[in-house]
Write a protein that binds this ligand. Sequence first.
Ligand code: SAH
Length: 397
Amino acid sequence: MTKNKLVFQFRGGPISVAEYMEEVLTNPKAGFYINRDVFGTEGDFITSPEVSQMFGEMIGVWVMCLWEQMGQPSKVNLVELGPGRGTLMADLLRGTSKFKNFIESLQIHMVECSPALQKLQHKNLKCVDEDSHNGNVDKRTISMLTGTPVSWHAALEQVPSGLPTIIIAHEFYDALPVHQFQRASRGWCEKMIDVAEDSPFRFVLSPQSTPAKLYLMERCKWAGAEEIAKLDQIEVCPKAIELTHTIAKRISSDGGGALVIDYGLDGIVSDSLQAIRKHKFVNILDNPGSADLSAYVDFASIRHSAEEASDDVIVHGPITQSQFLGSLGINFRVEALLKNCTDEQAESLRTGYWRLVGEGEAPFWEGPDDQVPIGMGTRYLVMAIVNKKQGIPISFQ
Ligand code: SAH
């Protein structure tokens, strides 16, 4: 395979951390996500759908309950933002396949910028491309798991509107580019990336105000003076605000709801941008394009952006992933699966279960407190943005 290298356009001056992050992750030639499968033990990092089939199954329960609350529409757009390997969607479809009315209503839309991952999603959903009949140019792609039509798009705006819509964003927001600001004697300055003499890249503070300062001011309006006074650094993510506006407007016009799951905080995020290569933290500036970059998600800013975009939507949560999965019955699911499996499968089910709900307040842990398993249970938060018509979604009641 020929290796593409990232070439940054400095245009005569330093670039923002957000520009750097966007190039590193999604540059069409050499971005981290663009040419390969980065997930799982062999890859760079592991995500909940890859940890256990139960994750996608539980999301399936939530989606089906929302569909019930929406009045069981005969057609619904089920959109997933950044579906990775497509594992979550495959487990969701397998888990709900017995519920015929629900399955028959689905039109799946995968929002994915990476051609390599689109291909992998196509394979994992066992998709076949139907031949166009009678000169019909609308070729359909069908997932043979459930006979559901699937299509791919580069952005949410491209998903056709007009049908009730359910959107899933798992570990999508954390990949959106953030701007970083640092408090200096002359006020808040944007952190920029420049070419150094002795090493390829270095951080510098911008000498003048930058356009992203407007977003910083916007973000600070939503926070109390006390919250800001404690901080020396602030991250803001204009793309997250923009995406939330699009989601809220879509849900307001078409009905339905969105589920956002990610690691993050219910407030301003200070300095969280990190790089992970082969399951290890590495320097953000080292060998760009070869490591994943991600930042904590500012759930409070998602709430404010959704509320600002439309009066027809309401935001619930965030709650912790362990509360969310617990309320959907993951402990019953793991028990049912354990009844019918080999010793090896039982071990992997148990490990997977604790990775999903463990850490801190693992609610179903019956062992000693100091032995609570480490997992994604409390660092990962879950938020729902729903059309007010739908009432309160399950898990948030
Ligand atoms: N949800 C998956 C993958 C998370 S990684 C999981 O939990 O396993 C982030 C995903 O979002 C990848 O599929 C990546 O290619 C995609 N992605 C990142 N930035 C994107 C963008 N701006 N537009 C569309 N897809 C994007």
